[in-house]
Design a binder for this molecule. Structure first.
Ligand SMILES: [Zn+2]
Ligand SMILES: [Zn+2]
Length: 175
């Protein structure tokens, strides 16, 4: 696999039960297929620990302002967005295969944000609660329709709370 950031040849790395491609000797970025990232993005998940130190070449310069193509899909441009409501870590996500590319150091930042899935959920619920000034459970259908009006928000919601979000199970319908 060719690194989407620096075009180095990536190295397949197996860590416990997951397989990722690391840009060893290049920019030090990491590619995660589908749901692999979920298995390592919290500090208590041991597999992620082994991925924090990817040998990289300090001479390799990465232009983070460039849009990147998915290394898996054919000419698919990845979306860049914040990985969490703390808005500290930006990741590249492929809309085609749902894979993620993280620049060097981003996994570490990600892992330091939330200790557990429960913390992540609480932070997101607090944010959505503040945004609509209502308790999550008390939000009426009408309010949810406002929420649904913003596809962007729905996307955020799915990303931050994948375990809370169940396709088609929301009051406001399927998105
Ligand atoms: Zn690279
Ligand atoms: Zn892809």
């Amino acid at each position: 696999m060719i690194c989407p950031a620096c075009e180095n040849n990536m190295t397949l790395k197996k860590v416990m039960d997951i397989e990722v491609d690391v840009c060893e000797g290049g920019c030090g970025g990491i590619w995660f297929d589908g749901h692999e990232l979920k298995k390592v993005d919290e500090a208590h998940e041991a597999a992620g620990q082994h991925l924090l130190e990817v040998a990289y070449d300090p001479e390799v310069d990465v232009d983070e302002s460039q849009r990147r193509e998915c290394p898996r899909c054919d000419s698919m441009i990845m979306m860049r967005h914040f990985s969490s409501i703390k808005r500290e870590v930006e990741v590249d996500e492929c809309p085609g295969c749902a894979g993620f590319f993280l620049d060097r150091g981003e996994l570490n930042n990600l892992r330091n944000q939330y200790q557990t899935e429960e913390d992540r959920k609480e932070a997101a619920i607090n944010m959505f609660g503040e945004m609509f000034d209502e308790d999550m459970d008390d939000i009426q259908d009408a309010s949810w329709q406002q929420v649904a009006a913003s596809k962007r928000l729905i996307h955020m919601f799915r990303f931050f709370l994948p375990s809370y979000y169940l396709k088609g199970k929301q009051k406001w319908g399927a998105y």
